[in-house]
Each structure stands twice: as C-alpha cells, then as structure tokens.
Design a protein around this ligand. Structure first.
Ligand code: DOR
Ligand code: ZN
Length: 347
C-alpha cells in the first residue's frame, strides 16, 4: 500500500507506444479517447487486410487524423505489418513516408495475425533493410506451437526466436511489446541499448486470477494472457526501476462486446478511455508515482529518437466511474473497469 498521499501530479504529455484503433466507424469512438491523453501513439497495423505498404499506412493515418477532434494535437505514428514476403525495397519507401516501425506477429499468435510471419528466416532480407534504415522491429513475443503451454509461450519465444534474432541483427532496434513475464523483464533489462519493452496498464494491475474471478471474465482476456502474481510483480519492479528500457504501451485493443462475450471470445482489453488513470493507479500502489513520467513521456521518445512532447497533463486523486459501454459502430465497446470506480482522474 502506498503511503504517498499526493493529490495530483503533472507530467509531460505522454505517448502510447502500442495502440490498436481499428478502422471505419470504430475510429470515431477510440481515437478521441487516446488523443485526449497522449501526444502520439504507435498504431498497430493488424487490420483486415493488414497494413503492408507505405501507401496504405499513409491512407490509414489520414483516416485516423480525420477522426481526431479538431483542436487536439495528436500524431499517429504508423507501422507496417511484417509478412513472409514484405519486399525489402518497401522499407525505404516506409522510411520516407514517416513510418516508424514494423510489427512482427508470428502467424497465428493473436488477432488478425494470419498474414504474420511463418518463419523468421524468410524475413531476413527485409530485416537487413530495416537495420540499415534504422526502423525498429516491434515484436509480439509468443511462440504459436500448440505443444507449448499458453502461459510459457513468451519465455519460450525469447529462447527460441529472440535471442537468435538479436544475435543475427545486432544493430536492429527491437521492442518486445506488452511483456508479461519475469523472464521478459529480465531479458530486456540485461540486453543492450538496442532492446526495449512496452508494458500495458492491465499487466501491471492484474494477474491471471482476474480472468476467473467469480466466473469467466472475457474483458480481462488479452494476449499475451495475464500471468501469475510473481510475474506482475516483476513487471512493476521493471517499470519502477528507473531503467529507460521500459516504456508505456497500452495495447488498448477494442473489440465489439458481443465478440468478447462469446464462446471463442476475442483477445484484447480496451483501456484507452482511462489509460493514464490506470497506469497512475499501478504506480501509486507501489509508491512510485515519481517514476511514471519517465516511463510515460521520456523513455519512449529516447528509444525512437524523437523529441519529447512539449505540453503537460495533470492527474488528480479523484474517484470516478467509467461508463458501462461506449458506442462502437453498430456494436458496443466495454472498457476495462466499466462501472467500477477508478481512484485517479485526468483533469
Ligand atoms: O490481446 C490482444 N489483442 N493482443 C494482441 O496481440 C492483439 C490485440 C488485438 O488486436 O485485438
Ligand atoms: Zn497489440
């Protein structure tokens, strides 16, 4: 329990280094939530079909900007979806178009990952080009083999895929996205400066019990799945350690409520409506609110070689309750902690 009775904190305007906003009517709901909190956000490319060219990324960016409320300064940072046959010459076009990174989804690992990479060796020429152009690789770090226990897939990915990849491309910037385990936190903490990680608010706040409390709770199901408490504690230790290798990435991943509350419910927690409030709650609970600003606003820009944002945001210790749901095109979107009080509020 925190002894910190701080009633408000003001931070440099933060960025979200891992975000799903989907497309079409969904943008109208979710983009304003993120733009109200963050100066920039890295936009995941796992649309159907995925964003695999610089031209598609620019079109998608324009649709996101069209859904950004007028007068809000918000910059979507675009990514491409790495496939087995993304041509190396697309990398230079991507760089010129302002694309900031490529995303690696092992084929079948998660939502819309069918077009993902089946064998990393098939991407080596493209990874060479990325290393040359200084474009980072953002990794969904889970093996997909059904023989590997779901809860072990991140740790096995590090041994089987990440360590060899790191060795073969020493100059490639790699972000291990949404880490969930002690193994990942330790790997990243001890790696060189070309390796970093994002951490979500939900993996800092919850362990796997949350998925099963009083019955199955689909809104706590995401991938990589929540792990046991010792792993959550290792993540808290990592983000409050002062290491610049860890930065904020919500992985806010909206799905229509009826597809989460389903026999084969989709993976993804929606947190963009209260992202900084949830992170503040997690840092406060460990008495580490003073570490939140670097995690949310300094470490990410430093890794990506971008300037820090100039504005600021203020969070107040003031209870409020997120709505039960938001409109989401023709469907409903149920945010994490809907109808439950949150202790921090963005002013
Ligand atoms: O829970 C998740 N949801 N994990 C992912 O990797 C993808 C995301 C999504 O797009 O829904
Ligand atoms: Zn994601």
């Amino acid at each position: 329990m925190s002894k910190d009775k701080t009633s408000s904190i003001t931070l440099t305007r933060p960025d979200d280094w891992h975000l799903h906003v989907r497309d079409g009517a969904a943008l109208q709901t979710v983009v304003p939530h993120t733009a109200a909190q963050f100066g920039r956000a890295i936009i995941m490319p796992n649309l159907k079909p995925p964003v695999t060219s610089a031209a598609q990324a620019l079109e998608y960016k324009a649709r996101i900007l069209a859904a950004t409320p007028t007068g809000t300064e918000f910059e979507p940072l675009m990514t491409l979806y790495l496939t087995d046959n993304l041509p190396p010459d697309e990398i230079q076009r991507a760089k010129e178009a302002g694309v900031v990174a490529l995303k690696l989804y092992p084929a079948g690992a998660t939502t819309n990952s069918d077009a993902g990479v089946s064998d990393l060796r098939k991407t080596y020429a493209t990874l060479e080009a990325m290393q040359r152009e200084g474009l980072p690789l953002l990794v969904h770090g889970e093996v997909t083999s059904p023989d590997i226990d779901l809860f072990d897939r991140e740790a096995v990915f590090i041994d089987q895929q990440l360590i060899p990849l790191r060795r073969d491309f020493p100059g490639l910037k790699i972000v291990m996205e949404h880490i969930t385990t002690r193994e990942a936190a330790q790997y990243v903490a001890s790696a060189d400066s070309f390796t970093a990680a994002t951490v979500t608010a939900h993996h800092l706040l919850y362990n796997r019990n949350a998925i099963f409390m009083g019955g199955i709770r689909p809104h706590y199901y995401c991938l990589p799945v929540l792990k046991r408490e010792t792993h959550r504690q290792a993540l808290i230790q990592a983000v409050t350690s002062g290491s610049a290798k860890f930065f904020l990435g919500t992985d806010s991943a909206p799905h229509p409520a009826h597809l989460k509350e389903h026999a084969t419910g989709c993976a993804g927690c929606y947190t963009a409506h209260a992202a900084m409030e949830l992170y503040a709650e997690a840092f406060d609970a460990s008495g580490a609110l003073d570490k939140l600003e670097a995690f949310a606003a300094f470490n990410g820009p430093a890794f990506y070689g971008l300037p820090r944002n100039t504005g600021s945001i203020t969070l107040q210790r003031q209870s409020w309750t997120p709505p039960e749901s938001f409109a989401f095109g023709d469907a409903e979107l149920k945010p994490l902690r809907s109808g439950e009080a949150l202790p921090w509020r963005l002013v």
